[in-house]
Design a protein around this ligand. Structure first.
Ligand code: GLP
Length: 260
């Protein structure tokens, strides 16, 4: 696991944006995994800028991590609408190349299975962007999620619904209780995972994920099992990391030829 402590979160956006540019330049039909939430926005903004200066990503296929259940199709806070608005539309990835999980609870199990098959048929995800919930969740895999889980329906914990109420006018009752999310096992199959986190409110979750024991109680700790993980954190999110100085010196002395 590579931990990069950045001066500001725009720098994290640029490090991840450069990795996406390298990937797509080498393979224009690469497959990206996209996370929602506010944390990945600097990455999306950086890639949008790169596209304004020549990068082409139209041939990329994208998969979102998760989706609320029960919101009407096209609801502005559905994760599909969010990703279209902040990333795929501005960079010119067509709607048919953007895949997202089930949006209603009819036949949800078959839709989850079909989402897994769609990822497989696309050749798997080359680069998966991840945020982290304040309780250590990734996607919507809440604490106690099976570390081998696949795409499925989950019930949100109250802390997550409270965290996300800001997108629903601060009204907790408007935040769906159920979601569909790629499982932890699904996420671990992506070839490169980039997790981004900013601010002290994420410090406890980041420390538990990076330096704590592997545990279903901290779903993001499953990243410790993956061979290629980059964790991009600002000083706030890094503030509870015991080996912060080691991570700083490792990145400062990284050979020029070595990318993330
Ligand atoms: C939601 C998403 C996660 C995201 C988390 C944190 O729960 N399902 O993928 O990581 O929010 O969001 P934010 O980055 O806004 O703190």
């Amino acid at each position: 696991m590579e931990i990069v402590i950045v001066h500001d979160i725009a720098e994290a956006g640029s490090i991840a944006g450069a990795a996406i540019e390298r990937l797509v330049t080498a393979n224009p039909t690469a497959v990206l995994g996209l996370a929602t939430g506010s944390s990945p926005l600097p990455i999306y903004d950086d890639v949008i800028q790169r596209c304004q200066t020549g990068l082409r990503v139209e041939a990329v296929t994208a998969f979102t991590l998760d989706e609320y259940l029960g919101l009407p199709v096209g609801h502005p806070e559905s994760y599909r609408s969010f990703i279209k608005r902040v990333f795929t539309e501005p960079v010119g990835i067509a709607d048919e190349n953007l895949h997202s999980p089930a949006v209603n609870d009819e036949g949800v199990e078959a839709l989850c299975e079909s989402y897994e098959r769609q990822i497989e048929a696309a050749g798997g995800i080359d680069l998966q962007i991840l945020g982290i919930g304040s309780d250590g969740h990734i996607g919507f895999n809440e604490p106690s999620s099976s570390l081998g889980s696949r795409t499925r329906i989950k019930t949100l914990v109250t802390e997550t619904r409270q965290d996300n109420a800001r997108f629903f006018g601060g009204n907790l009752d408007q935040v769906p209780t159920h979601v569909v999310t790629q499982g932890i096992g699904t996420i671990l199959e992506a070839r490169h995972l980039i997790m981004i986190a900013a601010g002290e409110s994420k410090a406890r979750a980041i420390a538990a994920a990076v330096e704590g024991p592997l545990s279903a109680m901290v779903p993001a700790s499953a990243l410790q099992l993956h061979p290629h993980v980059t964790v991009l954190v600002d000083e706030g999110a890094a503030s509870q990391l015991k080996l912060a100085d080691y991570y700083r010196s490792t990145y400062a002395t990284k050979p020029d030829w070595q990318s993330i």
